[in-house]
Ligand binder design. Structure first.
Ligand code: COA
Length: 320
């Protein structure tokens, strides 16, 4: 028995911000952003929080699956931008959906979060702990973005994606996850803390900081490496894979991974041109787009792969 994706959904906030608009805030231009990253625009959540957009994506995934919220056993939300230290974003989503039977908790693995969460669901189903679950990736990175830093603010966007999984004979076949905490400073964000009178401490504001080139080098090496390991351990060849649904960070990273795996670029769907890097949301957002466009046929083999802060990385092989 394994876990199978039986429905997908996604949501992006209404407000769209183009490269041109960003060039009025920081010294940048559309040509630089497009050629270095492949991004043309992104969506920014101006009036909705992470749990609201997560719940909206989840509602759409439930609708697609035909499974009522009351049948969900567990809700997992992969996010780096929950609105509160507690309760978790997953508990807020549970309340929004009325999924009263479900256990709910968040998973923190930055842009790899959705792949980590899928793996947790896979393990729950294989162990017979739960049968039906909602796995969500949702982030509002705009609230931890330093809008005066052109090296990061042009890259990210807000959004949410979700998948409903259910115990079945076919579905997730294998997964590989990894982390390297020694590289924790390459991409990081302090949590916001209040002043502490006993320690004579002033409030801290946390914004994302990143060594872009280090992240780039890590991604182009680690992602193909971990996909190769995933496929070797599963006895599946690269050319048997219908699509590689990769974390959407930079189109040059996708090009490089495709070359290293010796696979045509057409097998690597892209939507970062419209959404930027939406962190934990990027993989389920892309998966939902592929699903709704009718690109996925029953039995297709897909690889989902993510990478991000931690550093963390992971890949999942599944049959649609
Ligand atoms: N607009 C215009 N110029 C910019 C700019 C911007 N938004 N951001 C940086 N630059 C400038 C730099 O200041 C530098 O100028 P200099 O040569 O005068 O010093 C120049 O462009 C080149 O900068 P560099 O950092 O070498 O560019 P790059 O080719 O490495 O591209 C990234 C930068 C961030 C796009 C790239 O490193 C990247 O995508 N890294 C991975 C990031 C990522 O995916 N993070 C999320 C992981 S989940």
């Amino acid at each position: 028995m394994t876990a199978r994706i039986v429905g997908t959904g996604s949501y992006v906030p209404e407000q769209m911000v183009t490269n041109e608009e960003l060039s009025q805030i920081v010294e940048t231009n559309d040509e630089w952003i497009q050629t270095r990253t492949g991004i043309r625009s992104r969506h920014i959540a101006t009036d909705r929080g992470t749990s609201e957009i997560a719940a909206e994506a989840a509602r759409r995934a439930l609708e697609d699956s035909g499974i009522p919220a009351e049948e969900i056993d567990v809700i997992l939300v992969a996010t780096s931008t929950p609105e509160k230290h507690f309760p978790s974003c997953a508990c807020e989503v549970q309340a929004e959906l009325g999924a009263s039977r479900a256990a709910a908790f968040d998973i923190s693995a930055a842009c790899s979060g959705f792949v980590f969460a899928l793996n947790v669901m896979y393990a729950f189903v294989k162990a017979g702990v739960y049968r039906t679950g909602l796995v969500i990736g949702a982030d509002v990175l705009s609230k931890i973005t330093d809008w005066s830093d052109r090296g990061t603010c042009v890259l990210f966007g807000d959004g949410a994606g979700a998948a409903v999984l259910r115990a079945d004979e076919l579905g997730i076949r294998h997964s590989v996850l990894g982390a390297d905490g020694s590289k924790k400073d390459v991409l990081s964000c302090l949590s916001r803390s209040n002043g502490n009178v006993w320690m004579n401490k002033a409030p801290e504001m946390g914004y994302m900081t990143m060594d872009g080139q280090e992240v780039f080098k890590f991604a182009v090496k680690k992602v193909p490496e971990c996909i190769r390991q995933l496929l070797q351990e599963s006895g599946v060849r690269e050319d048997e894979i219908r699509y590689f649904i990769l974390h959407q960070a930079n189109v040059r990273i996708l090009d490089s991974v495709a070359k290293r795996l010796k696979q045509p670029l057409e097998k690597f769907p892209v939507n970062m041109d419209r959404y930027g890097n939406t962190s934990g949301a990027s993989i389920p957002l892309l998966l939902d787009e592929c699903n709704r466009k009718g690109m996925l046929q029953k039995g297709d083999k897909l690889v989902l792969a993510g990478f991000g802060a931690g550093l963390t990385w992971g890949a999942v092989l599944l049959e649609w």
